[in-house]
Design a protein around this ligand. Structure first.
Ligand code: ATP
Ligand code: MG
Length: 308
């Protein structure tokens, strides 16, 4: 498997400890691809390295080993090609809400007039229900409101890839649903490529084409790749009527509760698991269709263990 759009090869990250010695890898042997127009979600327990991977994809963090290629070029620094919504909101405190979005828009389209920048920025703020707060500064906003501004700012620059780090984490259920629907609408309309970290399995099933499941750290890996085989025009209101939904959901929850530890470097599934070729599974389908790509003998045994 190899994509022309985004290709991640053998990533590893070690952070220095207090004495500036490199510690144990947070994760290693991380391989995955993202196709243009694909929505890939990542699920894994806290601390397994999800944000670190996203920061490496954005160019804000350097990998200790491995490489990220976007359209054949190595990612080696931040770029307006990649719009990021951070886990913290990372707004500029001295700028207004509108100013925060407009700054990004102005950087993306330096020849635009003030009116063009303003109109485009206001449209993004309307989308996330923040137009009325356009003149407020970040310290006057709640966590969820700041997060919505961060989302508007990332969407505003129409990046070639959106990188979302738990973008809806601080939102109440109602707002979260509204913005999920909006993201779904934009993604379906524009075929925007997205890499999203989430702790919410329902959100991942609703939005993603594939979900990368990460094992627990240290030395976290991609344990399984789950393909969402439900039709792409799924909606929040209808999704749970599809029998596939419960099979996929059970598979994801079972991973988080039972298997994620087993895939850790010293876990019982590790010896059957090649992190360079994690099993691709389709839990939504009936068993005979669920096997994904054929694999080696170990992969076949692993499939039996994980019940697919
Ligand atoms: N700048 C840093 N220096 C040292 N260690 C770090 C640094 N950033 C992250 N880590 C460590 O790397 C590991 C992975 O952190 P990361 O933030 O990537 O996890 P995460 O999967 O995003 O977790 P969460 O779900 O809680 O957001 C953690 O053990 C964390 O303590
Ligand atoms: Mg994180």
């Amino acid at each position: 498997m190899s994509s022309d759009f985004l290709c991640v090869q053998d990533l590893c990250k070690r952070y220095p400890d207090a004495k500036a010695r490199l510690g144990e890898p947070v994760f290693e042997h991380i391989h995955f691809d993202i196709d243009r127009g694909e929505f890939v979600a990542v699920i894994g327990h806290s601390g397994c390295g999800k944000t670190t991977i996203l920061n490496i994809l954005s160019g804000l963090e350097e990998a200790s080993a491995g490489v990220v290629l976007m359209e054949g070029h190595e990612v080696s620094g931040p770029s307006l090609d990649r719009g990021v919504v951070f886990q913290g909101h990372a707004l500029m405190p001295w700028r207004t809400v509108l100013g925060n979005v407009a700054f990004a828009v102005q950087s993306r389209w330096p020849k635009w007039t003030r009116e063009q920048v303003r109109d485009h920025s206001m449209k993004q703020l309307e989308m996330v229900g923040m137009a009325a707060a356009a003149d407020k500064r970040p310290h006057q906003l709640s966590g969820g409101m700041k997060q919505r501004v961060g989302i508007a700012r990332a969407f505003a620059i129409q990046p070639r890839m959106l990188l979302l780090d738990e973008p809806f984490g601080a939102l109440d259920a109602l707002t979260r649903g509204t913005i999920q629907d909006e993201l779904l609408r934009i993604v379906q309309a524009t075929r925007q490529t997205v890499f999203m970290i989430t702790h919410d399995v329902d959100e991942a099933i609703l939005l993603a084409d594939r979900i990368l499941l990460m094992s627990n750290g240290p030395r976290a890996r991609i344990a399984e790749i789950v393909e969402i085989t439900m039709p792409r025009d799924r909606t929040r209101a209808e999704m749970h009527h599809d029998p596939q939904y419960y099979r996929i959901r059970n598979h994801l929850v079972d991973f988080l509760v039972n298997r994620s530890r087993g895939y850790a470097a010293d876990g019982e599934l590790a010896s059957l698991h090649d992190p360079r070729h994690p099993p691709v599974v389709r839990p939504g389908l009936a068993v005979e269709d669920a096997h994904g790509q054929a694999g080696s003998g170990d992969t076949q045994r692993l499939r039996q263990v994980i019940n697919l």
